[in-house]
Design a binder for this molecule. Sequence first.
Ligand code: F3S
Length: 397
Amino acid sequence: MYLTKDEEKILDGEEGWGKKKAMEILVAIGDIYKADKLIKIENAHVSGASYKNLGDAGLEFLKDLSTDVKVAVNTTLNPIGLDRVRWRSMNIDPIFAERQMEILSIYKKMGVSDVCTCTPYYLRYIKPGENLSWAESSAIVYANSVLKAKTNRESGISALASAIIGKTPNYGYFLEENRLPNISITVKEKIQDSDYGILGFLVGSLVKDKIPYFYLPSDPLDDELKQLGAGLASSGSVVLFYYGKHNKKNILNNIRKSSNAGHVNEEIEITKKEIDEVYTKKTKKKDADLIVIGCPHCSVSELKRINSLLKNKRKKIKKDLMICTSRCIKDNYKELTDEIESSGARVICDTCPVVSPLEGYSCAMVNSGKAYNYMPTMNKISTKIGTTEECINESLL
Ligand code: F3S
C-alpha cells in the first residue's frame, strides 16, 4: 500500500508509539486486502468496549495506547458492560464495574465520545457518500445500506487505529465495483415489525457475505431496516443490502453488467410462512423471565411506540422488561422514558444484555433477530422471539 511521506513518518515512530502502532495495524490490513492507499474518514465507531469482551489483556493494551494518542476524528463507542448509573441494580460485580469504568475513562482520555451506543447514527447526521471506519456489525450495515455512507466491516481495534490516524485503507466496500448486489431476495406477502429481524436472521445464514437486493411488497420503516440489517449481519456477515419495490429490473441489469458480481442470477424467495415458523418455535420453549427490547438500541420512534403500547395495556408489568437505548436519547426524552418506566419497565443505557455479564435468567423474549441469535451463546439464556406488542404482552403475564 502506498504511503505518503507523512504517513511513513508516523510508521517510523516519529509521532510516538501509539500512532506508530495504529499505522502498523492499518498498513497490515491494507497489505492483506491489497489497498492502494489510505483514504480520509469522517468519523469512526469503535466496538469491543465491554470488559466482558476485552478482559485484562485488552484493558492493558488500551492503557498503553492511551499514553500518547488522541483520536483524530469524531469517534463514538459501542455499548459497554453496564449501565453506568444503574449497574448495582443489574447485579454487576463491583470489580467488573471498576474495570469497565477504567476502560471508559481510557477511551475518554483518547477523545472518544462516552455515549456508548450501537446506534451512533442517532447522535450525528451521516451524509450519504461519507467514508467511515465503523465496527459493530448492525451499525455498519445500516450505514452502508440505509444512510448510503461507506464503511468496511471493521473490528474494534482496526476502527480505533483508523480513528487515531483519521484514515482507513482503500479497499472492499469503498470501491464502487464491490458495492453491487449479487443476489436477489423476494418477499411477496406483507411483513412488518419483528418480521424484518427474522427475515434478516434467515437470509443472513443463506447469503453469508453476499450483497442482497430485497424486493419487498411495501416500503419498510427505518426501524424495520435497522432490524433487517442487524439480523443479516448476525447470522451472516452482510455489510450492505439494497431494497425497493419498483426497480428490481434496473438492479438486476446492474448485477449482470458487473464483472465482479459472481452468482449474478441467484434469486431466493422467503415466504411469510418461513418467517412465522421462527415465531412459533417459541411455543416449544418455557415462559420468559426477561423481556428485552432495543437490540439495536431503540430510536425515539420505537420508544414512543413502546410507550403507547404500554399505556394501552393499562397494567403494571410483572416481569423484567428491559428497554435499551442510548443515554443521549434517554436524557433528551426524559418525559417519555419516565412515562415508560412508570409501567415498571427499565430503560437501560450504555449497555445491552449481550455485552453485559447478565445472569440469573433462564429464557428471554426479544423482538430482534440479532438478540434471538446471540443471547443463547453470549449469555447462555434461551430466547424466543415475538413482535414488539407480544413482548410487551409477555411482560404483563
Ligand atoms: Fe446493540 Fe447489543 Fe444488539 S450492542 S446491536 S443491543 S447485541
